[in-house]
Design a protein around this ligand. Structure first.
Ligand code: PLP
Length: 460
């Protein structure tokens, strides 16, 4: 009974990222089952999960091998930890496997892994590692961290401070403290000046970064956190030459680069890692989500030997590496992650995503003929459609129109779940990577129907 569940849901739960009062009036869509790329609600409606849940179920919603891996581990060693001198086989195997699949574009081979339970806590860990590192090499004044407007690195206080998501930042008085500074969102479609090429725009972004570092004082800036493409901030695909230019500036001032691969990791952009797609040279890499196909919580920070050596020396002086989560390297999560990577390898997920990317990106681009679509862009199996009030002038819909939410609701009515992203009129797609070409057509076909159905209301 839908209404019973609706009441129970709202009586007892606080939802994430919701207008809670509005939600009280609408209730929830209560999911009861997953099937491949579909989720099914308690009334039996099937939805294409166009976002793989929250950018995470790469293998879809019914992979029996992951369930089996979890069961087997539960029956063997359901819980253990990695504090002090303790370890267990699954986290040892997973660390080794992760190192094997690390990108080779880092400044030095990424070969030491620290596990956590989610993307946000892995970024928190990365920060402590960075601060430890600069202490260890005698530059303790290097503490500031650069994030980007509309970047997203998690919901902990510190990661909320590095990110700058509208609506997530200010209500909690973030950025907390004076260690967090922000540079621009590199969105050429919206912020490129008249006649400015992507390359020129990228130069301007890099110049702005340099100005920021100089204004803050290069000796005080430790690292930049960046998603290869900004996901939750609106699937902002970096303009041509952006990363090349940005990291030249970072390297000039000895500012580390953290590639936050929580969304882009594990083939999502058509390479195993987003930093490979964009030629980034990270010092640290963080990942989560598709690491276990989202089936169980697990995340990782991976660093190079020079970073590890510095923090190891520092921990020796300090007496301990003063950091640790109960669930670091949780055996059941680790077993599922190991099986997930095994499946990615067996199914050659990178080449499979590259092949599927052709109909996916072409299908998105085809939507550009729709009067409501201003920008439509994708890479690998992640993409975005920006709604626009006037294509010629690029005039956006007024926020009070709630264009994104209206299209989103229409999508749900057509059995499709995309995601509304900032600034409120960008609809993101990040389907399970097991999607077929036919299903991609179906997904984007449903989206077009949803656009058609709301157009009259948006124009009214
Ligand atoms: N980093 C990025 C790029 C993300 O997209 C997310 C979540 O969407 C996070 C970090 C935070 O991950 P979690 O929600 O697992 O803490």
């Amino acid at each position: 009974n839908m209404s019973t569940n609706k009441t129970r849901d709202i009586d007892y739960q606080i939802h994430s990222q919701a207008d809670l009062r509005f939600h009280e009036s609408t209730g929830s869509i209560v999911m009861t089952k997953g099937d491949g790329i579909y989720v099914i609600d308690e009334q039996g409606n099937r939805y294409i999960e166009g976002m793989a849940g929250l950018w995470c179920t790469g293998l879809g919603f019914s992979e029996p091998r992951l369930a089996q891996a979890a069961y087997d581990q539960m029956m063997t060693l359901p819980q253990y930890h990695t504090f002090g001198n303790k370890a267990h086989n699954k986290c040892i195997d997973l660390a080794e496997k992760l190192v094997q699949v690390m990108p080779t574009c880092g400044k030095s081979p990424l070969n030491k892994v620290y596990f956590g339970s989610g993307g946000g806590d892995s970024n928190d860990t990365a920060i402590k590692i960075i601060w430890n590192y600069f202490n260890a090499i005698g530059k303790p004044e290097k503490k500031k961290l650069i994030g980007r407007v509309r970047g997203y690195h998690g919901s902990t206080v510190v990661t909320t401070s590095i990110g700058a998501q509208p609506g997530m930042h200010q209500p909690f008085d973030c950025p907390y403290g004076d260690r967090f500074v922000h540079t621009n969102v590199p969105h050429h479609y919206t912020f490129g000046k008249d006649g400015e090429t992507e390359e020129d725009f990228a130069t301007r972004m890099a110049d702005d970064l340099e100005k920021l570092i100089l204004a803050e004082g290069p000796d005080t800036v430790a690292a930049m956190f960046a998603e290869p493409l900004q996901g939750a901030g609106g699937v902002v695909i970096p303009p041509a030459t952006y990363w090349e230019k940005m990291q030249t500036v970072l390297e000039k001032y000895n500012v580390m680069l953290v590639s936050d691969e929580v969304i882009t990791g594990f083939a999502r952009t058509g390479n195993m890692w987003g930093c490979e797609t964009y030629g980034m040279r990270p010092d640290l890499l963080t990942c989560a989500k598709q690491l276990s196909s989202g089936y169980l919580p697990i995340s990782a920070v991976v660093v190079g030997q020079h970073v590890y050596d510095a923090i190891a020396d520092f921990s020796q002086k300090n007496g301990v590496f003063g950091h640790g989560y109960t669930y670091s390297g949780h055996p059941v999560s680790a077993a599922v992650a190991l099986e997930t990577i095994q499946i990615y390898e067996e199914r050659d997920i990178v080449n499979s995503v590259r092949a599927l990317s052709v109909p996916f990106v072409n299908g998105l681009t085809d939507l550009l003929d729709h009067p409501l679509v201003g920008e439509a862009r994708g890479v690998g199996l992640v993409g975005v459609v920006q709604l626009i009030a006037d294509k010629e002038t690029k005039k956006a819909f007024h926020p009070s129109v709630k264009a994104g939410m209206k299209v989103f609701t229409a999508c749900e009515e057509h059995g499709l779940i995309p995601r509304v992203t900032p600034p409120g009129d960008r609809l993101a797609f990040c389907p399970p990577m097991i999607i077929t070409e036919e299903e991609i057509k179906d997904m984007l076909g449903r989206f077009r129907k949803a656009l058609d159905s709301v157009e009259p209301a948006l124009r009214a």
